[in-house]
Ligand binder design. Structure first.
Ligand code: NAD
Ligand code: ZN
Length: 345
């Protein structure tokens, strides 16, 4: 059930950086990182019927076997077999790595390992898309865009005219803001520690900004004052545990919903007073914006081709593969959104 992909474009997501730094995540090395990408099927293994060499595809870090209870349920994208597992470093089929150097294994990452000209992935982690779609653009649908946009439209589900706070204005958070704009939110409040993000965020529908470092009060109090008691929805896209707690505490009692998207430190603990839940606030979390990768991603690609989604504005840099370290430098400096890495360079 495996396929070998020729990766043409890949981009850097903050999740890659966490596992490369391995400060808050289990260190697994040597390992090929990378999970946001686009490519072409080079060959297919035994048992693969839905993909053929030449197909244009997006690999996804969380899969869809289409057979388990989760895949059969409308309510879940947490496939029993292929759901995201950052600690898994080998293929499911035989527990071996498909990469090696001098007879020693090089491990996989998120079932994708796209910082490589060729990679082997489970066919259930591959979405076949319209070959007309430009792969250097739709590449960002394979993680960042769908994760943020889906967290808002599929999970937070803001009503028309509502107020939405977005914590963290990187590519994932700005995709969440874009989702709020499309859903008809009237106020979209961006929260980030990096004020340089605010100018860019306007293009993604943010109407107001809060930098928690510029206030003496906790950000949840600042937001409550701005909104007469709390925001209707909050979407957290930082990976920082304090921001996750602040997101829940910022929503209005009675109806507010907070959605966690950031990948937390492995030892993080969420601490809040239970009264928030008694006061009828809701806390949720999601991987990949609640999209089922094989079923939903081809549809999202069509939406882009019809001009309904603006992916170009998420792409601020591009480098050849030989200069991939520049993409890491930009992300660590909080500059730009997505940097597309061209594998042919
Ligand atoms: P990014 O680094 O481009 O953006 C993160 C932003 O959050 C930055 O602008 C940073 O200044 C801001 N930030 C950090 N701590 C903050 C705090 N305490 N309060 C307010 N703002 C803060 O990262 P990205 O690539 O956009 O990814 C965002 C998060 O989403 C990461 O944690 C990433 O691992 C996670 N992620 C989750 C999924 C999923 O399926 N759930 C998928 C992809 C990425
Ligand atoms: Zn990602």
């Amino acid at each position: 059930m495996e396929v070998r992909l020729k990766i043409l474009y890949t981009s850097l997501c903050h999740t890659d950086v966490y596992f490369w730094e391995a400060k808050g995540q289990t260190p697994v090395f040597p390992r090929i990182l990378g999970h946001e990408a686009a490519g072409i099927v080079e060959s297919v293994g035994e048992g693969v019927t839905e993909l053929a060499p030449g197909d244009h595809v997006l690999p996804v870090f969380t899969g869809e076997c289409k057979e388990c209870a989760h895949c059969k349920s409308e309510e879940s994208n947490m496939c029993e077999l292929l759901r995201i597992n950052p600690d898994r470093k080998v293929m499911i089929n035989d527990g071996q790595a498909r990469f090696s150097i001098n007879g020693q294994p090089i491990y996989h990452f998120l079932g994708t390992s796209t910082f490589s000209e060729y990679t082997v992935v489970h066919s259930g982690c591959v979405a076949k898309i319209n070959p007309e779609a430009p792969l250097d653009k739709v590449c960002v649908l394979s993680c960042g865009f769908c994760t943020g946009f889906g967290a808002t439209v599929n999970v937070a589900k803001p009503k028309k005219g509502s107020t939405v706070a977005i914590f963290g204005l990187g590519a994932v958070g700005l995709a969440a803001a874009e989702g709020a704009r499309v859903a008809g939110a009237s106020r979209i409040i961006g929260v980030d520690l990096n004020s340089n993000r605010f100018e860019t965020a306007k293009k993604f529908g943010c109407t107001e900004f809060v930098n928690p470092l510029e206030h003496s009060k906790p950000v949840q109090e600042v937001l409550a004052e701005m909104t007469n008691g709390g925001v209707d929805r909050a979407v957290e896209c930082t990976g920082n545990i304090n921001a996750m707690i602040q997101a829940l505490e910022s929503v209005h009692d009675g109806w507010g919903v907070a959605v966690l998207v950031g990948v937390p430190h492995k030892d993080a603990e969420f601490k809040t007073h239970p009264i928030h839940f008694l006061n009828e606030k809701t806390l949720k979390g999601t991987f990949y914006g609640h999209y089922k990768p094989r079923t939903d991603l081809p549809v999202v690609v069509e939406q882009y081709l019809k001009g309904e989604l603006e992916l170009e504005k998420f792409i601020t840099h591009s480098v050849p593969f030989s200069e991939i370290n520049k993409a890491f430098e930009l992300m660590l400096a909080g500059q730009g959104l997505r940097c597309i890495i061209h594998m042919d360079g």
